[in-house]
Design a protein around this ligand. Sequence first.
Ligand code: ADP
Ligand code: MG
Length: 674
Amino acid sequence: MDLYSSVKELKGVGAKTQELLAKIGVYTIRDILLHFPYNYVLYPAPVSISEYEEDTTVALRGRLAGKPYLKGGRMQTITARITDGDVTLPVYWYHMPYLRATLHVGEDYIFYGKVHNKNGQFVMEQPVLFTEEAYAKKRTSLQPVYHLTDGLTNTTFLKLVSQSVQFAEQMKENLSSEIRTRRNLVSYKEAIVGAHFPHTTEELFAARNRLAFDEFFQFLLKLTLLKEERSKTTCSMMTPERIITVSKQLPFTLTQGQQQALTDILGDMQRDVPMQRLLQGDVGSGKTIVAFLAMLFASQNGYQSALMAPTEVLAMQHYEKLQAFCQEHAPFTNVYLLTGSITATNKRKIKQALSLDSSAMVVGTHALLVDDVQLPNLGLVITDEQHRFGVHQRQILTEKGSLPHILVMSATPIPRTLAIILYGDLDVSMITSRPKNRLPIKNCVVKQSYRKTAYEFIRKQVASGHQAYVICPLVEETEGMDGVDVISYTAHLKSYYEDAQIPLRVECLHGKMRPSQKNDIMKRFANKEIDILVSTTVIEVGVDVPNATVMMVENAERFGLAQLHQLRGRVGRGSSQSYCIFIDGKRGGKVNPRLEILNKSNDGFYIAEEDLKLRGPGDIFGIRQSGELDFQIADIYHDASLLKDASWEASNILKEDPFLQKEEHQALRGMLNI
Ligand code: ADP
Ligand code: MG
């Protein structure tokens, strides 16, 4: 048995488990070792009963206040009261009747679990029971938690890791001892063992550091090794003056940042090597108009251009806006929409038109990539919200045309120095200024009891001609999940506003709707035929309805900060004052510190940084917050300095051995899979 043996050689793996493991991409012992935990449970210090925090995992020290009571029936419920002398708390166990025999009145125990509010009363359900000694022992180690699949438990997987860990010996070291010493990195073997079974947080950090370094290092080497010499393009373009003229006829003046980006792009497109540029700008900074102007430049030079969006909703919106833009500035240019939900007959027609119309513009989702769309005269490809597209997909699209110019647009806030390293293959333009007419968004973080006030506030905003979004975490009522859902919320709001002289128009939007329904709702919202849109996060990226001035997020504590920042970006897109109301769905007094960060700042970069500071050591394997560039462990914010180190080391190696051909670099080259 060795590193590459099948998992079925391990004790306890039958056909069924093998199948489950395959589902998560684990086939060999090596795969097991490389399937890292995403979190670690740190057992908290025991506290007395009065010190619990609602819905937070705690270890309560207490004893039984009386004999536990077993209620038979289907649930086999044990009811007990626990006390620390001052406070008592009801505790329930279900389906564990045997537990009653082990519970002794008068003895101290640790009750590990969550306290929550059940029908107005605080209770603890199904706590794990420990003796004082057993719990103390638990606290000396960090328990790994793995991303698995239904039917495969953490305990089962942990047993497999325990059996596999001896083979970590056989993992090849691919960093020289020189680099390891210089960067203070543990060996690869140590890192793997330490990631699964850290004894201390220091050990965990050391393991993680090494693995994150490897990710960056290998990514950067690959980036450089695969970076092609830019060959000559036939799509070099002329007379940018006409585009500059159009840019001055817009309903607004371009900001300094937009103008600079436009200058960069028009400059690139006039050269005879293909543009490869990243346009970075926080939500609402106005990237779309820059993209439209670049597309216009292509079409005026007789080239086709394609704009790709990550969602159908966004593609549809771009299509509508681009059409209006062309009607005004280029009435002879045709704009096409190509998404997954267009009927086969229509698709055929559009494809045919695209193969003939040499200066067409096309907007689409990935359908543009997978289909056999012919764009024989493609001169420019733009991907919006680039983090949803991989480098690979970009490649496929490039292959459709004759080396088109490429522009990728992203709202992920990232400092320039890091962008230059991470997008080593791209030139970077950044829009740092916001349009002048914008007022900073006013934020508040409130509890559910504030809802009524919020509803009345929305009523006033609507009366003055504005619109609102309400975001819910769930689509429909879901068993076992509490949280607000779009379907019932819409009904609730409809009836709430029914009494108004003109009832408010409330509609819903969510991912389970058919694409044509979604598009219809979005169009009606954009046309002001809907006052309040109750939605899931399907509107998270890109949606632009400047008349909307209120964003209310229910169960805001459920969302990531980056996501909430994106959602907030849906308002504050016009000249009116906009508002963002984050409802903290958790009962109890304390203000959620994460939401407080959003409350304080509208700056995406600041938010990303502050978010990190709040995370505990147990979270560090699961911190990736920007879907950008698929790193499993490394995080571009948290590991910024590691990224710089890796960048230095990568160029240092390539200086000596540009194609990694030397003997001592073979292990490393093997890791790169190229
Ligand atoms: P994002 O960068 O998030 O993609 P958009 O391109 O959607 O932002 O722009 C947000 C809104 O700002 C749009 O309604 C757009 O018309 C408007 N806008 C863009 N540039 C300016 C500007 N220079 N002045 C005023 N409004 C602008
Ligand atoms: Mg956008």
